[in-house]
Design a protein around this ligand. Structure first.
Ligand SMILES: C[S@@+](CC[C@H](N)C(=O)[O-])C[C@H]1O[C@@H](n2cnc3c(N)ncnc32)[C@H](O)[C@@H]1O
Length: 254
């Protein structure tokens, strides 16, 4: 990043130019992070076989699920947000083995034992529903956001700590154990993460507003001083420095 000196007008002009998120697509952001111990999609492929039926809960625009399409027989991506399902159907138009349905994690409209693998990445989970729709011998693979994610940015926005993420991760593990499922793998990483330029930073804040780290209704008109402070305090030659904290859980249903 060349400069850390941005006026309100500069930030307004950048915000007007970055556009809005479509589905759950962050590919336009320029970012870099330290090496991490796992790649979620690579982990998912270890548990998926070519004859499998897969369910992805909270699929967003189906972006991640669709990248796995050649590894399974069929898949359904569900999300309660009709805009997400619209985006997912458009993204998935060329994938005949993947369908999408408007549905929340709390009540999955599928018979017991319908899926070989259930996936969810950064989305809510109802453990009894996951266990119900998994066939015996099936796997559940999830990546979550960790409690310390984007710590400096949370502090700047005053959005508080992410302890609920920790609680969720722990309570999910306990609940699976109570339902006699076996934890196959767990993981946790917290690495440095750089957002390489200010358009990427502002796109990101707009795109995740309301999702814990960045307050609901984020706008440059309201929040420009905070954005200025984040850039001034955390910006440098490599971009704006924050951190990425993720958790991993893989469970097997006997
Ligand atoms: C952070 S996005 C993740 C999208 C996608 N899994 C990915 O990793 O790219 C969270 C998604 O969860 C969805 N969601 C919110 N509440 C949900 C619920 N109760 N059940 C299932 N999905 C939900 C949102 O609409 C959103 O698409």
């Amino acid at each position: 990043m060349e400069s850390t000196d941005y006026s309100r007008e500069d930030l307004r002009a950048i915000a007007a130019g970055v556009g809005d998120r479509d589905g759950w697509d962050f590919s336009r952001m320029k970012t870099e992070r330290e090496p991490v111990p796992w790649d979620y999609l690579e982990v998912a492929t270890r548990y998926i076989t070519p004859k499998d039926a897969v369910l992805d809960i909270g699929t967003g625009g189906g972006e991640k699920l669709l990248t796995l399409a050649r590894h399974f027989d069929t898949a359904v991506g569900v999300d309660p947000d009709p805009d997400m399902i619209r985006a997912a159907r458009a993204n998935g138009a060329a994938f005949p083995n993947v369908t999408f349905a408007e549905m929340g994690a709390e009540e999955l409209g599928f018979p017991d034992g319908s899926f070989d693998v259930v996936l969810t990445r950064h989305a809510p989970v109802s453990v009894p529903e996951v266990v119900r729709v998994l066939r015996p011998g099936g796997y559940f693979v999830t990546q979550g956001v960790g409690a310390n994610n984007m710590a400096d940015i949370r502090q700047a926005f005053g959005t508080g700590s992410g302890t609920q993420y920790d609680d969720e991760h722990r309570s999910r593990m306990d609940e699976f154990a109570r339902l006699e499922c076996r934890t196959v793998a767990t993981g946790d990483y917290n690495v440095r993460y750089w957002v390489k330029d200010v358009p990427s930073l502002i796109f990101w804040f707009k795109a995740i507003a309301g999702a814990n780290e960045v307050p609901e209704g984020f706008s440059i008109d309201r929040d420009w001083r905070i954005v200025q402070r984040i850039i001034a305090e955390h910006g440098g030659p490599d971009g704006v420095l924050t951190n990425e904290h993720r958790t991993l859980l893989v469970v097997w249903k006997p």
